[in-house]
Design a protein around this ligand. Structure first.
Ligand code: ZN
Length: 178
């Protein structure tokens, strides 16, 4: 009986993981579209209904495009999603991000009451190419009063390829390094 319960639990876990991978792959392709534009970015975010999986909003980083240092993909996606719902709470929703959210984005995800945050590449992966603030998203979630499950890395290699794409590498050379 115990073995059966464990098998069901692990099968359930496996299907959750593959669903996460499916959505991360979709987000990867959405984010990769920026690589052919004047402002390539490796950062994209997608918010879906946790229970139904219905997509609510997605966006990419627009710091350069909008001259706004807070225009990270995760912050923009939460902002647009809340505006669409006409509600400041995203309880019942899950956010996917091609990269582990920085402390600003993770704090914003907590304030937004997101159920889950699933990321692709890690902060350390991103730091090989651009500046980062070295506090893990899981660490920020642990210190918060709000409950949010942080999971990742998911499809890490694929998400890392956004950073190593030649067009992205060329763009990184124009990014501020201090
Ligand atoms: Zn951020």
């Amino acid at each position: 009986m115990l073995n059966y319960a464990m098998a069901v639990a692990s099968a359930g876990r496996a299907s959750v993981m593959s669903l996460d991978e499916e959505r991360m792959r979709e987000l990867y392709f959405f984010t990769a579209r920026t690589l052919e534009t004047a402002h390539p970015v490796p950062f994209g975010a997608l918010i879906v209904n946790t229970r139904s999986g219905e997509r609510l909003m997605r966006a990419t980083n627009a710091v350069a495009r909008e001259n706004d240092p807070s225009a990270h993909a995760e912050v923009r996606t939460v902002r647009l999603a809340c505006k669409k719902l006409r509600c400041p709470s995203l309880a019942g929703y899950t956010m996917y991000s091609t990269c582990e959210p920085c402390p600003m984005c993770m704090a914003n995800a907590l304030w937004a009451r997101l159920d889950r945050v699933v990321f692709g590449a890690t902060i350390a992966d991103a730091n090989r190419h651009c500046l980062q603030i070295h506090v893990a998203a899981k660490q920020i979630a642990r210190r918060a009063d709000m409950a949010c499950v942080v999971e990742g890395p998911v499809l890490r290699e694929l998400c890392c390829s956004l950073f190593t794409h030649p067009n992205m590498q060329r763009a990184f050379r124009t990014w501020s390094t201090r």
